[in-house]
Design a protein around this ligand. Structure first.
Ligand SMILES: Nc1ncnc2c1ncn2[C@@H]1O[C@H](COP(=O)(O)OP(=O)(O)O)[C@@H](O)[C@H]1O
Ligand SMILES: [Mg+2]
Length: 355
């Protein structure tokens, strides 16, 4: 089986995750080391600015080229830190725009440059083919969740809480259903950054000290996104309008943090499936917020546990997924399905450098 390295940088803009995986894109025969290379504060600010500019940005813009070069540096560094030989790299890149309704999704990152610098073949640009075919381009992780969960009791839900939150439901017969549930850590991170200068609400401390404002929460939950059926997906900035008009800004830092934590919980708890999951496995940085996890457990009324409970690595899972998807891509296997992204037919994806 190819030795793969998956590289993921999520919507939280916190850095690059790299993980080693021995996989043929169907099964995983061995897990390897994983590392995270955090972005500098300056680079995170640069990326945040790019997110706001992206809708009107021509692809030749010098700011884009500069960010792409720095981004490639971070990825080279992540692979070098991993220090494990590999045959294939899956390179997600940093999403700066996601508008599937306009058949556009944009991950920056230069796959050819990464291949030239590392000498390892690279699969990149995983989402465009799905979006061009009419899919949401996201989530792409369900097929990996399903591969990991083969022997677990079903129905089960695998929830990733990154900047945005996405869920994979795996039915008793292995059927998959997935979509972005709503906000993950993104709005809370932004709030905490604005009020305290910290990148996130460490251990949920600020949120725990505040009270949920039911009126603001009600306005946030009235966003039309929640009434849409899946498959559906979100841009990092999709809730900015409703956040701006919700009355949130009048709340104290603590009450705002409590309310945004509850916003994530309520939107996840509002997700519906053909048969309710018996258990929720949670990966991504949100599982490290104990307030979020406790409230989720209460709202869902079934066990909500970190994926470590079943032996998976909740920090590395999304990165591992892109090694897995790279292996699928070189074999021409589908990455997405009508029930996961809404694409009309199962479809492969990814562009290749050095293959
Ligand atoms: N100890 C912690 N307490 C609370 N939140 C945390 C903690 N550690 C990480 N997080 C949250 O996880 C986020 C990063 O999650 P991650 O899964 O990397 O998201 P993404 O995939 O979008 O990059 C941080 O921005 C923060 O909100
Ligand atoms: Mg991250």
């Amino acid at each position: 089986m190819p030795r793969t390295i998956g590289l993921m940088s999520g919507t939280s803009l916190d850095g690059v995750d790299a993980a080693w995986l021995d996989t043929d894109g169907v099964r995983v025969s061995a897990f390897g080391p994983a590392v995270t290379v955090p972005y500098s504060d300056a680079f995170r600010r640069e990326l945040r600015a790019l997110l706001d500019l992206a809708p009107g940005l021509p692809s030749g813009d010098p700011r884009l080229a500069a960010a792409e070069e720095r981004l490639t540096d971070y990825h080279v560094q992540a692979v070098e830190q991993l220090g494990a030989p590999a045959d294939l790299i899956g390179f997600h890149g940093q999403t700066i725009l996601h508008q599937p309704q306009n058949r556009r999704t944009w991950q920056i990152g230069d796959g050819d440059a990464l291949y030239r610098r590392l000498g390892i073949p690279v699969v990149y640009d995983f989402r465009s083919a799905d979006v061009a075919a009419g899919g949401q381009g996201a989530p792409l992780v369900p097929v990996y969740h399903a591969a990991l969960a083969t022997d677990l009791p079903k129905p089960i839900a695998v929830l990733n809480i990154g900047g945005v939150a996405n869920v994979t439901w795996i039915g008793p017969d292995g059927a998959l259903l997935s979509f972005d549930t709503g906000p993950g850590n993104g709005p809370l991170d932004d709030w905490v950054f604005r009020h305290t200068g910290q990148a996130f609400d460490r251990d949920g401390a600020l949120g725990r000290s505040g009270a949920v404002d039911a009126v603001v929460l009600g306005r946030l939950m009235a966003d039309p996104y929640f009434a849409l059926p899946g498959p559906k997906s979100l841009d990092r900035l999709d809730f900015n309008r409703s956040l701006g008009t919700s009355g949130l800004s009048a709340l104290s830092p603590a009450d705002g943090a409590a309310t945004l934590t509850e916003f994530t919980v309520a939107s996840i708890a509002g997700a519906t499936f053909p048969i309710p999951p018996q258990r929720w496995l949670v990966c991504g940085g949100g599982r490290l917020n104990p307030v979020l996890m406790e409230r989720l457990g209460r709202a869902l009324n079934v066990p909500v546990v970190p994926v470590e409970t079943v032996g998976w690595n909740g920090d590395a899972l999304e990165a591992q997924c892109f090694g897995f998807l790279a292996a699928r891509s070189v074999r021409g296997l589908p990455l997405s399905f009508p029930s996961t992204t809404g694409v009309p037919n199962p479809i492969t994806g990814g562009r290749m450098a050095g293959l």
